[in-house]
Design a protein around this ligand. Structure first.
Ligand SMILES: *Cc1c(COP(=O)(O)O)cnc(C)c1O
Length: 453
């Protein structure tokens, strides 16, 4: 028997434990179908998908090309293990990714989520230093950043630095060398925007100079720390990190789980500064936002360190049951095909400029502390005081209230604390961008009106 809407809502509230959600106050929002950038719930209400179904949808929902690719794969085989076995679709995806990413990345390890893509990179980097030509097993530490987010498994949480998510689990985590977030907005006193890159790079260099002998790898979200609140980095920082990690013989892990697949206006964020990391982690948008699939790409140098007679124990003893799943791989190939068939990246440039234009009016609201954008993503930070950048207490849920208003107006958004996030599918129309920005402006006006400055 088909459950009634009331039953669905009750079960959704009482049985289903939602991610990153306080279940005592969860209001069911049950999406029945979606098309393009529009979500439709069981009541027939429609919402613009303003955050790409959590930063992963790329070409819109129910894209015929993607739907068909998955159906076609289903007619062949749904799953083949990657443990000592393969299938043509996954092999072709590996070929495509190696061709598309920076030239030094020549090998792909598939898993299923962003967090697992990071775990793979962390463990490979660690094992690499035991097995490379001149082994340096004392290199066991990682450099990571405040406010970084790399997923929710314990290894990814260890390198993560969002205290509100991660503090509870501190006793379970391994130690990392923590650098301050290289934030362009919240710079230390006396550091101008122009000098910020040099300032943060000199911080990194002093850590490397002192401790590089025990550092296996540095892990960074290139250009933008997403979950931190879409915190953008100064131009030149990424390139400087690559230069310094090379100089001090530390592997570089680029977490492009959120920024990869066109989000920043280029296919990969690293391309903006011509950076070739030692590990590139992809997930979220890689299947167009359809299926769980992740990839960790690495170099021939790393790959070679794991080659030996099996009795030498140089194998990478790590895997996930569904890693490289053919349905996901078929979706990923179709996603890449659409990028070329629809000239997605070219089409995107106008949308990026349009979003910037549409957000300009936001500056007139005194509690808008920052409007930052990278490609087709934006974070609008609400603050108590624009001059001092003093935040609103997070318990006031200013960001959430703006998003509640947006929902009432047919736009679904999900904030990060006091940061209102706009990160729509790359296929969004200019009209839909207008609608999102109008609703965000009205929401901010309502939610900050009358607050003391
Ligand atoms: C979302 C995200 C992850 C984790 O990906 P999951 O698929 O949710 O495990 C890792 N890194 C970054 C930068 C992310 O935004």
């Amino acid at each position: 028997m088909t459950p009634t809407h009331d039953q669905l809502r009750t079960w959704d509230r009482e049985l289903l434990w939602h991610a990153f959600t306080q279940m005592s106050e969860y209001e069911p929002l049950v999406i029945q179908e979606a098309h393009g950038c529009i979500l439709t719930d069981i009541e027939g209400r429609q919402f613009i998908d303003g955050v790409s179904s959590l930063w992963c949808n790329v070409h819109g929902h129910r894209h015929p090309r993607l739907d068909q690719a998955i159906r076609d794969q289903l007619d062949k085989v749904a799953h083949v293990t990657s443990l000592g076995m393969s299938n043509p679709t996954t092999i072709q995806l590996a070929r495509r990714l190696v061709d598309l990413t920076p030239e030094t990345l020549q090998h792909v390890f598939f898993s299923d989520d962003g967090a697992t893509a990071i775990e793979v990179a962390l463990k490979m980097a660690f094992q690499y230093w035991h097995q490379c030509t001149v082994p340096r097993p004392q290199k066991t530490k990682y450099i990571a950043y405040s406010d970084a987010y790399h997923g929710d498994t314990l290894g990814s949480v260890s390198v993560g630095g969002v205290s509100r998510f991660h503090e509870m689990f501190q006793p379970l985590l391994f130690d990392v060398i923590r650098l301050p977030s290289p934030s362009l907005y919240r710079r230390p006193p006396g550091v101008s925007a122009e000098c910020a890159a040099d300032f943060y790079l000199s911080q990194l260099e002093s850590v490397l100079a002192e401790q590089h002998e025990k550092v296996a790898a540095l892990v960074l979200e290139p250009l933008v720390q997403g979950a931190a609140g879409m915190v953008t980095q100064p131009i030149g920082y990424l390139e400087g990190v690559r230069r310094l990690t090379k100089k001090y013989d530390v592997l570089m892990i680029a977490d492009e789980v959120a920024m990869g697949m066109g989000r920043t206006g280029k296919m990969f964020a690293c391309e903006h500064e011509a950076v070739s990391p030692d590990f590139l982690c992809l997930a979220k948008g890689i299947t167009g936002g359809y299926l769980p699939l992740a990839a960790t790409l690495t170099t021939t140098d790393v790959w070679n360190a794991f080659l030996a007679d099996y009795s030498e124990f140089k194998t990478f003893y790590h895997g996930h049951t569904y890693g490289g799943n053919p349905l996901g791989a078929a979706a990923a190939i179709a996603c890449l095909d659409i990028f070329s068939e629809e000239n997605t990246l070219e089409q995107l440039q106008l949308k990026i400029r349009h979003l910037a234009e549409q957000m300009k009016p936001l500056w007139k609201y005194p509690h808008v502390g920052d409007v930052r954008q990278c490609g087709l993503l934006a974070g609008i930070e609400l603050v108590q005081n624009r001059e001092t950048k003093e935040p609103f207490p997070w318990t006031e849920k200013r960001g959430a209230h703006v998003c509640e208003y947006a929902l009432s107006q047919g736009v679904w958004l999900r904030p990060l604390g006091n940061v209102v996030v706009i990160i729509p599918p790359l296929s969004i129309s200019l009209d839909q961008i207008n609608k999102i920005c109008d609703v965000v402006e009205e929401g901010i006006s309502r939610v900050t009106q009358g607050s003391s400055v």
